[in-house]
Design a protein around this ligand. Structure first.
Ligand SMILES: [Mg+2]
Length: 320
């Protein structure tokens, strides 16, 4: 079995730069990959996140460029583990060609809406609420601790009682800072504080496990479990808490689905700001794993509606 390969790099500018502990992010760059057989073509997306330990876009392009324009199934199955975003892109393109199906319909309530960091969160959540979101994520570890705690108290007072809030430190807190956050979170009773995500750097899993035992507020790992091998390792080491899974950077979707369907893992699925191609594949995978938690795909409002290169355009382009 062979497949004709199509590549389409894209850039997608954020409406305003996304601020996290990893820095500012202004343009999402990635690559759409098409696998063609006869008249049928299946698309997948390579959306790397190098600050999570994946390949860079340049490395992904270099890898794709050295591939034969006519690919065998074997070549698709032999993408190195060092290129997890490529594994996902090719794996999902192959799935969309061989088992085409769309994800089941979702509404905003099923998705966690991403708030901007800092004060802007307090003037933004109402818009997301009006759009139907009931779960929110707020990035912390971006500004001064006391200032952020103050904003947090305000936000917790303003959000409706049925709101769920997730805090994401992107590994940017010290142990003392994490303890202060968790003390504040534990005192909160007005809204549901769903979890504190990745308070400490990725390798400090044991300390995060201890924090999970010392405080009522659950801890979620994200950067620590970016790829499937890392997730399997953490699970094997006895991590009982929540694990954030970003399918687009976890590796082959088939392997991820297989693992999650066969192990009791407390998962929160999340986006890497991919386009509709990767997003649909990731949401479909999440639905296959029957998660009840709101999915972290409430990120579309971070982009302008008219992006320079978008799926519909690429999919409509004639295949030469
Ligand atoms: Mg995170």
């Amino acid at each position: 079995m062979t497949y004709r390969l199509h590549l389409q790099p894209y850039q997608r500018r954020f409406r305003q730069p996304l601020q996290t502990h990893h820095g500012q992010w202004s343009v999402r760059e990635g690559l759409l990959v098409g696998l063609q057989q006869g008249d049928a073509i299946g698309w997948g997306e390579i959306a790397p996140l190098p600050w999570f330990g994946t390949e860079t876009v340049e490395e992904a392009i270099a890898f794709c460029d050295q591939l034969s324009p006519v690919l065998t199934e074997q070549a698709i199955l032999e993408i190195p583990d060092a290129l997890p975003a490529c594994q996902f892109g090719f794996g999902s393109a192959w799935e969309s060609l061989t088992q085409p199906s769309a994800p089941a319909a979702i509404v905003a309530k099923d998705l966690s809406g991403l708030l901007p960091a800092g004060d802007a969160a307090r003037s933004t959540w109402q818009i997301l609420w009006q759009n139907g979101h009931r779960t929110f994520k707020w990035k912390i570890g971006v500004a001064d601790l006391d200032h952020e705690l103050q904003i947090f108290q305000g936000l917790a007072q303003e959000l409706p009682p049925e709101a769920h809030l997730r805090l994401d430190a992107n590994g940017g807190l010290t142990l003392t800072q994490a303890q202060r956050w968790l003390e504040c979170c534990d005192r909160l009773s007005r809204i549901t504080l769903e979890y504190l995500e990745q308070p400490l750097p990725p390798e400090q899993i044991e300390i995060m496990q201890q924090l999970g035992c010392q405080f009522k507020t659950p801890i979620a790992l994200d950067e620590s479990v970016a790829t499937l091998p890392q997730l399997i390792h953490c699970h094997a080491q006895g991590w009982q808490g929540i694990m954030v899974v970003k399918p687009a950077i976890a590796g082959y979707p088939q392997a991820l689905r297989d693992f999650l369907q066969n192990h009791a893992v407390n998962v929160a699925f999340s986006s890497v700001f991919e386009t509709e191609v990767g997003r649909n594949a990731a949401i479909k995978l999440a639905q296959d794993c029957s998660t009840s938690r709101a999915m972290g795909f409430g990120t579309e409002h971070w982009f302008l509606k008219e992006y320079p290169v978008e799926t519909a355009h690429v999919l409509a382009a004639p295949i030469s």
